[in-house]
Design a binder for this molecule. Structure first.
Ligand SMILES: Cc1cc2nc3c(=O)[nH]c(=O)nc-3n(C[C@H](O)[C@H](O)[C@H](O)COP(=O)(O)OP(=O)(O)OC[C@H]3O[C@@H](n4cnc5c(N)ncnc54)[C@H](O)[C@@H]3O)c2cc1C
Length: 455
């Protein structure tokens, strides 16, 4: 440890950020991630302020054989942003968004969060596909896919990338784009953190809002089957302007079980009102908060449902066809959640995100259907066993209805190895391995759903 401390002092000559060690007052808060179930203790946290800092930190960690974890927004449910005994490369000090309104592009630093990104781009009436909870990081979400409200109209977050600045395993700083290191650009669009540290992302932007149509309508749980069938009917004919999500959840009183449809429409106000009319007029909702809404507000209206520090355990799978039997299984299990924070959501994939070939980018989940997430979330350690059991039982009940595909960004810490790789990447595994072998032959960046290099 004394060696590490003196080496860190030496490093401070070429490192402009902060190196935190366990005695630092803010240590405990900084080492924590969004998921309170994760409680890892790095040896050192390198709070980077730019690409040169990241490069210095990567070289330092390699020289001192410290495992590297990269912290973007810290939202990964598997806790892949932190590590026991290694170095957390913390990008939280790197949060900026520079918008070029004329070119309709925005450059965001590797530690930026979506709430910040949306406010800066919306100041120019622009946006790109991003996460629906504003505290989620741009980094991990984009590198692993990025589903959000604009997905049917403009593709996944990664489909809107122009270029990414990367710090590689040997400390080199390179650009990945269609014309520079195109193989790396292909791989980072879906390959997660496997290929290096992304210090910045440049996105294509689109005219959006600022007022759009969206929100949530909810019915009592005894209508859940009907609501899921309505959801299925609406998704079957949804235009690219419309994104639909269905949730089986507990209301804000912590007791009332609800079935909800959450929607966002990004065409004209008239078309938006017409698109959500069948939702608002269906049966007798107990809650109707759907209508004109600022795009930024739509992207933060769910924040309170995901408090930092709550304990999370997730299982998800893609369901291509939502049969009546699948609906029965969902309804039979979803409401048994021991915690009011736990729920089941179905996120519909269609439109632009599904018109891209699975091999065009590393991200292979390009099918129409329902990304189905059993989201266990609770507050107390004493409730771990019951909540994790509910997630596993609900997931098991859905197994007869799922296909082979899974969404990378929702994989939990026990989703690993070849099965996870093949579910997330399908036909792209071999090419990803070849690019990994070229850019990270020693597997320096392995605290992710790991693509191992060829031996
Ligand atoms: C409350 C909540 C809401 C969510 N909502 C959505 C949603 O709407 N849409 C969606 O698609 N997903 C969503 N997710 C899932 C989310 O995409 C993943 O959790 C994602 O990993 C988060 O990225 P992050 O940067 O916050 O995470 P982190 O935990 O910091 O990182 C996740 C992984 O990416 C790597 N990584 C992060 N940043 C970089 C970088 N700059 N360079 C290299 N590697 C990096 C990390 O090393 C790690 O392996 C949500 C998750 C939560 C907890």
């Amino acid at each position: 440890m004394a060696d590490l401390v003196s080496a860190l002092l030496e490093l401070s000559k070429v490192f402009t950020g902060r190196m935190l060690q366990p005695a630092t007052p803010e240590w405990d808060d900084t080492r924590r991630v969004h998921n309170g179930l994760i409680d890892k203790r790095p040896a050192v946290i390198a709070q980077c302020r730019g690409s040169a800092d990241i490069a210095a930190a990567v070289r330092f960690a390699r020289e001192h054989t410290l495992e590297i974890a990269v912290h973007g927004g810290g939202h990964n449910v598997g806790g892949r942003a932190t590590v026991d005994g290694g170095m957390m490369i913390d990008l939280s000090p790197m949060q900026y968004v520079h918008v070029n309104p004329a070119a309709r592009t925005a450059r965001a630093a590797g530690g930026t969060r979506w709430g910040h990104f949306n406010l800066e781009t919306q100041a120019h009436g622009l946006a790109t596909t991003g996460g629906v909870v504003s505290t989620t990081g741009v980094g991990g979400l984009t590198l692993g896919g990025g589903l959000g409200w604009l997905m049917p109209k403009y593709g996944m977050a990664l489909d809107n990338l122009h270029q990414v600045e990367m710090v590689l395993a040997d400390g080199r700083i390179v650009t990945a784009s269609a014309t520079e290191n195109p193989d790396l650009f292909w791989a980072v669009r879906g390959g997660g953190g496997n290929f290096g540290v992304a210090s910045s992302f440049e996105f294509r932007l689109h005219a959006v809002g600022p007022i759009v149509t969206g929100g949530l309508v909810a019915w009592p749980a005894d209508k859940a089957r009907d609501v899921l069938r309505l959801f299925r009917d609406l998704t079957a004919k949804a235009p690219d302007d419309l994104m639909l999500v269905c949730g089986l959840l507990t209301g804000p009183d912590g007791a009332t079980k609800l079935a909800a449809i959450i929607a966002g429409h990004f065409g004209s106000a008239t078309d938006g009102a017409a698109a959500v009319a069948p939702i608002k007029s269906f049966g007798q909702p107990v809650l109707d908060a759907m209508g004109p809404i600022p795009y930024s507000a739509l992207n933060s209206m769910l924040d309170a449902a995901y408090p930092r520090g709550a304990r999370n355990y997730w299982k998800s799978h893609f369901i291509e066809n939502l049969s009546d039997r699948a609906i029965d299984a969902l309804v039979a299990h979803a409401y048994r959640t021991p915690s009011p924070l736990g729920h089941v959501v179905l996120e519909h994939f269609h439109g632009a995100a599904t018109r891209i070939a699975p091999t065009d980018t590393a991200f292979a989940l390009r099918t129409g259907g329902y990304n189905t997430l059993v989201l266990g979330q609770w507050q107390a350690l004493a409730d771990d066993t019951a909540n994790m059991a509910w997630v596993r039982q609900t997931y098991a009940a859905l197994r007869p209805f799922v296909g082979a595909k899974r969404y990378l960004n929702y994989l939990d810490q026990d989703d690993a190895g070849e099965a996870a790789l093949s579910a997330a990447y399908g036909p792209n595994v071999q090419r990803l391995r070849a690019v990994k072998t070229q850019y990270d032959p020693n597997n320096v960046f392995h605290l992710n759903v790991n693509i191992t290099p060829a031996k």
